[in-house]
Design a protein around this ligand. Structure first.
Ligand SMILES: Cc1cc2nc3c(=O)[nH]c(=O)nc-3n(C[C@H](O)[C@H](O)[C@H](O)COP(=O)(O)OP(=O)(O)OC[C@H]3O[C@@H](n4cnc5c(N)ncnc54)[C@H](O)[C@@H]3O)c2cc1C
Length: 497
């Protein structure tokens, strides 16, 4: 296989497409096999009757990572996407009627914070600057680099680093050092849920999430998050990548310490010098590879939470909904315990709403909207099965009740059609293990860095992984970073052969 510059990529998610571009630019001949009829995976798109929904990802977070990875792909955000800064990143609606606009406008957020907790402005400044410092250090030392051996990761310097990155402190306890007001404690920690984490148990390192939002801001993309996928696909085609849709991969064949080929569901066998799996890593170990011992070990890791998503085509616009809105449950702690301790959902869950037409009128016909609601819920658990049909009805009723309370009394009458993704749907449609959509393998400190499932198989030396379930983790920016790291590793190992 020496000198063989052919590669197969399994899956056309963001991670798979970005890796295809990087490898093609390094002289590889790439074929991408995708099970579904279109690219994007969890950053995909649904279009129906003039309504356009982002299937999963809706928020453009951490622009500095996009800039970095786009540069390596020969792209820039400003030239290759239609972006504009989003002044209010999201509105947070509390159950007592209070509202906080989470915004990069310093004067605006500071005056709001003073109303919630007099004297909190200097605390907020300190929290954000410390959190952003952790983001920068975390990126440089842990997230934006490969670890090729255990000793590179587990040395005294890194032990000090983990201490500095507050991996030993729980985020909710840490935020309590800055704010006393419960609204503010929630506002600066709920972002853990983006990574499928419980703010009460996640490490304080993840204060980097709100800090990065408030420092770097967020953007609106004309065409939604799917416009990123469209740009990546067109770039990939320009550099010679071939995409094969409706082509589920059924098996990866192996020979001694090498992956030999893929077998498609239609029986065809395709060989290549390297194989990069973008499909969910635990699924690949379990369903596509022969080694059941390794797969059982990965199945035994801790998994992130799942989500119920409702996509509603509305024949009315509700301007009171901002582009992104977060609705906090009255019993916040209990609602999180239901997700993370019981793999279930409370009767009144927290949820998030994306209402795009205010910023991007192309998302729906005139005077209509295409809203997406995401309700975080527990992941699928064989030992603790839930009545998901029932939970779906509870989630729907609770969301409607809350939106009515917020002045959208007639919303139910204006739903033209609904598309719903349940934990099981994420598994059947995209092969996400346990429906754990936020990275499948969760982001606790024992499952990050060198401890996260590696981006190369330990035994099959030409089988690589890219995406949310390998290093560095979940979310479109980190998945893009993952494509850069996996490519770097492939190129380094190819040079050493
Ligand atoms: C509800 C929700 C909300 C989110 N919100 C945000 C957000 O606001 N911002 C953000 O940055 N991120 C968000 N994310 C996370 C983000 O969407 C993901 O991290 C990212 O899209 C994952 O990309 P990926 O390349 O790792 O994998 P995937 O998108 O899962 O792609 C893997 C691809 O592999 C394909 N595949 C699977 N099995 C096979 C097979 N056997 N053969 C061939 N192909 C196969 C799948 O069909 C899929 O297309 C959200 C995710 C969800 C679900």
């Amino acid at each position: 296989m020496k000198g063989d510059k052919t590669a197969i990529i399994i899956g056309a998610g963001v991670g798979g497409i970005a890796t295809a571009i990087q490898l093609a630019k390094n002289g590889y001949k790439i074929k991408v096999y995708e099970k579904n009829s279109a690219p994007g995976g969890r950053c995909g798109q649904i279009v129906r009757e003039g309504h356009r929904f982002d299937l999963g990802a809706t928020i453009f977070l951490m622009p500095s990572i996009y800039r970095d990875v786009f540069k390596s792909l020969g792209l820039t955000i400003e030239h290759n996407l239609k972006v504009k800064p989003l002044p209010v990143i999201y509105k947070i609606y509390y159950s007592d009627g209070k509202i906080l606009d989470f915004t990069t406008d310093k004067g605006n957020i500071q005056s709001q914070l003073e109303m919630f907790e007099p004297g909190s402005v200097s605390k907020y400044q300190s929290y954000v600057s410390k959190g952003y410092g952790m983001f920068q250090t975390g990126m440089a030392k842990m997230l934006a680099r490969n670890f090729y051996s255990f000793f590179e990761f587990a040395n005294l310097k890194n032990a000090m680093l983990l201490f500095r990155l507050k991996t030993h402190v729980k985020h909710m306890a840490y935020v309590g050092r800055f704010f006393k007001d419960p609204h503010l404690k929630i506002a600066f920690t709920f972002q853990n849920i983006y990574l499928g984490q419980d703010p009460f148990t996640a490490p304080a390192l993840f204060s980097l999430l709100p800090a990065t939002e408030l420092t770097e801001g967020s953007y609106v993309l004309a065409g939604g998050m799917y416009s990123i996928v469209e740009k990546l696909v067109s770039t990939a085609i320009d550099v010679g990548v071939e995409f094969r849709y409706n082509m589920p991969v059924d098996k990866i064949t192996v020979e001694k310490d090498k992956a030999r080929s893929i077998i498609l569901e239609n029986g065809d066998e395709i060989k290549a010098g390297i194989i990069v799996a973008n499909a969910d890593l635990p699924y690949v170990y379990r369903e596509l590879l022969p080694d059941k011992k390794r797969s059982a070990r990965i199945d035994g890791l801790k998994y992130s939470c799942s989500a119920i998503s409702f996509h509603w085509a509305l024949d009315k616009v509700y301007p009171q909904l901002g582009d992104h809105s977060v609705f906090v449950a009255e019993k916040y702690r209990e609602s999180l315990d239901k997700i993370f301790d019981e793999n279930s959902m409370s009767d009144e869950p927290c949820f998030y709403v994306h209402a795009p037409v205010g910023e991007d009128p192309t998302a729906a016909p005139a005077n209509q909207d295409s809203i997406s609601i995401i309700v975080p819920v527990g992941h699928l658990d064989d030992k603790n099965e839930q009545d998901w049909d029932h939970l779906k009805q509870v989630a729907r009723a609770s969301v409607i009740k809350r939106l009515k309370k917020q002045g959208m009394e007639d919303i139910e009458e204006h739903i033209k059609f609904e598309i719903c993704f349940m934990p099981k749907t994420w598994d059947t449609e995209l092969h996400i293990t346990k429906g754990s959509v936020f990275g499948s393998v969760s982001h606790n400190i024992f499952q990050m860095g060198y401890f996260r499932p590696h981006n190369r198989h330990d035994r099959y030396k030409n089988l690589y992984f890219v995406g949310g379930s390998t290093h560095p983790g979940n979310g479109v920016p980190l998945v893009l970073m993952s494509s850069k790291l996996t490519t770097e590793r492939i190129m380094k190992e190819a040079d050493n052969k």
